[in-house]
Structure formats: C-alpha cells, structure tokens
Design a protein around this ligand. Structure first.
Ligand code: MN
Length: 296
C-alpha cells in the first residue's frame, strides 16, 4: 500500500495571513509529495512496503543498510507532514485546556514560558529540522530533531511538531524564522494536540491504585481516595506527630495534605482521575507503597 499525501483538512488559504496560500501549496503539493514519492520508490517491492511510517520510524535499525537513510528521511517526511497539517487550523491559536494545559504548566510553569521555550528550540535548529512538544509517559517536554527525524524513533510520543525547514516559511518570512514561529502559534489546533496527549501511552499503575490504606479505621483503595479522605488522613497523622515510633509521620502527613491540594487543583474526584505518573510518584510519599528512598 503506497503512501499518499492526504488532502489538507482546510483550504490552502485558510491559514492566511499567518501561513500564506502560496506557502501551503508549495509545502503540501511539492515538498510533501516529494517525500511520498521518494519513500514509495525506495520501499516498492521490499518487505517494508506495507509497514506504516510510524512503525518504520520505530524500527529504523532493522532496515537494510541500502534503504535506511532514504527511508528514514522520506517516511519521516510523510509522518511529520501528515501530523503537521492536522496540527493547524484556521480556528487555532490560543492555549490548551484541561489535562494538557496542566501538563504544560507542570513542566514549564506557564504557557508563556512554554511558548518561549518552543520558540528558542525552533530557533536553535541549525539548518533544517523540527522542534517538538513530546510526552514520555510521565511528563511533556521539548526536543528538536534534524532533517525529517521524528521523536517517535526515541520512544517518545510527538504531540506537536514545528517545521522549521526554510520551505515552511521562506516565501513569506524570508530569513525571519522568529516571525514565522510567532505566526505558527496563531494556528495551532490545541484540540488535536490534546487528543494526541490523551491517546499517548502511559505507565500501567493499576496495581498501585488497587492497594489499600486505612483511613479512620476503614480500608480504602488508593484509587478511590477523595479530597475529604486525604484531608482526614492528614489530620489523623498530624495528631500522631511527636510520638516516638512514628518519627517520620509529619512528612507523611504533609504528603497527604499535598495529595488533597493536588486533587483540588486538578478538579479530580479521586486519585484515579490523576495522571498515572503522579499517582505512582505520590504513592511512595504517602507510604501506599514502601518508599525507595529515605523520607526523612
Ligand atoms: Mn516541511
């Protein structure tokens, strides 16, 4: 099954004035088409012909030596650009909401700082390449790649790719890459990026969620713990502070208070609604699982 260039999900001029119609026609119809043509001609007749680009990019080491570079560049070109067109919308711009917004704030403190960091990353690419917002199953962060490499080859989930090849902006912005990046922020479709984030692989923490803890004498599943439960546990542990055998209880009480704050901040009814990475990390601090390091 040969690769194809998908139609744009909006008209060529839909991203004006941020990305010009002329740029979109050249970028989509000529540059993207060239990657597809070269990928198809390299893969034709090989056992890799029916393997999707994303999978190929995760198995580059298995490709025959005489195919590897051509396929890496052109299957990469196909995968990256398919993502890129769908990452933009005439109704785009603004900021993400919900879980993605929280993940960005957890890493970058603010959306403004995220924007600065992605911009700096895009400007730092020497020559041709991409800047990416990626997710590793625990946190979001930014990486850059050269040529048409994709972070999926490094085991990361790409959420948003910024194409900083000159062909993406030169017709309008000439050598002014910063102006192009600024304009790109006006067309980012955060709904699509949030969908990628929601679907990204995450660590399995089900065994941790099923552990039980005694709260006011009743056994409760960690995954079912609510704001009120966490406050109760914090108060009861705090009352024990200073009792010799429970020397570390103050630290654990503070962790339960922190859990209540986290649940409230995220609008989460129970621990199950939190991000798996957070669930796993907090489990140690709450002594749901034995801590792997000293809690003193
Ligand atoms: Mn491109």
């Amino acid at each position: 099954m040969a690769y194809k260039v998908p139609d744009l999900p909006y008209p060529y001029d839909a991203l004006e004035p941020h990305i010009s119609e002329e740029t979109m026609r050249l970028h989509h119809d000529k540059h993207h088409q060239a990657y597809v043509d070269k990928a198809n001609s390299a893969l034709a007749g090989s056992e890799w012909e029916d393997v999707r680009p994303k999978e190929i990019l995760t198995r580059l080491a298995e490709l025959p030596d005489d195919l590897r570079e051509t396929v890496r560049n052109n299957a990469g070109g196909q995968y990256n650009h398919c993502m890129f067109w769908r990452s933009m919308s005439p109704d785009g711009g603004g900021q993400p909401e919900g879980k993605l917004s929280r993940a960005i704030k957890d890493t970058f403190d603010s959306f403004a700082r995220f924007k600065e960091t992605l911009t700096e990353a895009g400007l730092s690419v020497f020559g041709s390449g991409w800047a990416w917002l990626v997710f590793d199953g625990k946190r979001v962060f930014i990486v850059t790649t050269t040529n048409q490499d994709n972070p999926v080859s490094d085991g990361l989930t790409p959420l948003l790719g910024l194409d900083v090849w000159e062909h993406a902006y030169y017709l309008t912005y000439e050598n002014r890459r910063p102006d192009y990046i600024e304009a790109f922020f006006n067309v980012i479709d955060w709904d699509v990026v949030a969908e990628r984030f929601a679907e990204a692989p995450r660590p399995d923490v089900s065994d941790i969620l099923d552990r039980t803890v005694s709260i006011s004498g009743a056994q409760k599943r960690y995954g079912d713990i609510s704001y009120d439960d966490a406050r109760t546990q914090a108060a009861e542990l705090k009352a024990l502070t200073g009792w010799g055998p429970m020397a570390k209880v103050g630290t654990v009480a503070r962790a339960w208070t922190a859990l209540s704050v986290t649940l409230e901040r995220h609008g989460a009814a129970t621990v199950t609604d939190l991000e798996p990475s957070e669930v796993a990390q907090m489990a140690e601090e709450l002594w749901i699982v034995p801590p792997s390091r000293s809690m003193v």
